[in-house]
Write a protein that binds this ligand. Structure first.
Ligand code: DON
Length: 312
């Protein structure tokens, strides 16, 4: 399909996929997220020259939630190297819900299966360098800003407070990690959780998400700035996790139907990429049973099929 055709067709695809929002529900376990518009759907596709193709509601900001875990993983890898990171988290998908406790106790006690489930991402938060939770958060934010091509992202304080006040499950996961010494003696559980909740609450637009995805599409090289921001090996690790568990326990289905690396968040955002070609940001707040945007996944499947994006 030629680019001009894509510009004409994208709004039609969004219109068709939007109907699938009714199959999902806006997340409410973080009360503040329930305020998002349930029927909204927006997409931005960004190419190597920064050219964008957008359709639908791309204007409203949303929090990154679990999408942020891809970028904290990259920062943790840069801070600690592969050995340091994989001492704390595994390399396997779980097949369980993103906030599940099940395998934490069953297999290697306390060691989360991968860095994209909540337990794994909390362990990753503890690895980010910085003397205080505020310093760690500052480093995370400035890395996110660089990844977004020089943005000035900020934390949505209402979402942060809302999550922090209701995160009984994440708190219990974190204390379980502490009990099993995945969070070491020197680490304060509440401090780690604060860093985790804050990076989940970083607010982005579709456009900024596509810009961040572009960096991954080019293996850590920012094609617009002309600089290698993240070592290729670390992006390779992140993309492998995205394929295996970026869409949680719907990752297998997504790999078969859509076939590109992606990461979803409970705000309804999805970051996806076409290697060497596009960074993609999608927002559709209504989620299916496994926590992924129903309309967003439908739209990505439509685009991937029509534009022959599948990597396999
Ligand atoms: O920890 C949580 O529950 C949220 N801050 C993030 C979870 C999330 O986005 C899972 N997504 N599908």
């Amino acid at each position: 399909m030629m680019m001009e055709q894509l510009r004409e067709t994208l709004p039609l695809w969004v219109q068709a996929s939007r109907l699938h929002a009714s199959e999902g529900q806006v997340a409410s376990y973080i009360p503040e997220l329930a305020k998002a518009p349930a029927d909204a759907l927006g997409v931005t596709i960004m190419g190597a020259g920064g050219e964008t193709f957008s359709a639908g509601e791309t204007d409203f900001p949303f929090t990154m939630q679990s999408i942020s875990k891809v970028f904290t993983l990259l920062l943790a890898l840069m801070d600690n190297g592969e050995d340091g990171v994989f001492a704390k988290v595994g390399m396997e998908p779980t097949g369980d819900d993103f906030n599940s406790m099940l395998k934490l106790e069953l297999v290697e006690p306390g060691k989360p299966f991968n860095p994209l489930i909540n337990a794994g991402a909390i362990a990753i938060s503890s690895l980010i360098h910085g003397d205080t939770p505020a310093a760690k958060t500052e480093r995370i934010l400035s890395f996110f800003n660089e990844a977004a091509g020089g943005a000035t992202l900020s934390v949505n304080e209402d979402v942060f407070r809302s999550e922090s006040a209701t995160a009984h499950r994440n708190r219990s996961l974190a204390y379980f990690l502490k009990d099993n010494e995945v969070l070491g003696e020197e680490i304060d559980v509440e401090d780690v959780l604060r860093v985790y909740f804050r990076h989940c609450s970083v607010e982005v637009s579709c456009n900024q998400l596509a810009r961040m995805a572009l960096l991954l599409a080019f293996d850590g090289f920012d094609p617009l700035v002309g600089r290698q921001l993240v070592p290729k090996r670390y992006v390779q690790i992140a993309k492998t996790f995205m394929i295996m568990c970026g869409m949680y326990n719907a990752s297998g289905e997504f790999a078969i139907k859509v076939g590109i690396p992606a990461k979803s968040g409970v705000s309804g955002g999805i970051l996806a990429l076409v290697p060497g070609r596009y960074g993609i940001g999608v927002i559709g707040p209504a989620l299916g049973a496994k926590g992924n945007s129903t309309a967003g996944v439908h739209l990505l499947e439509t685009m991937s099929t029509a534009l022959d994006w599948r990597i396999f």
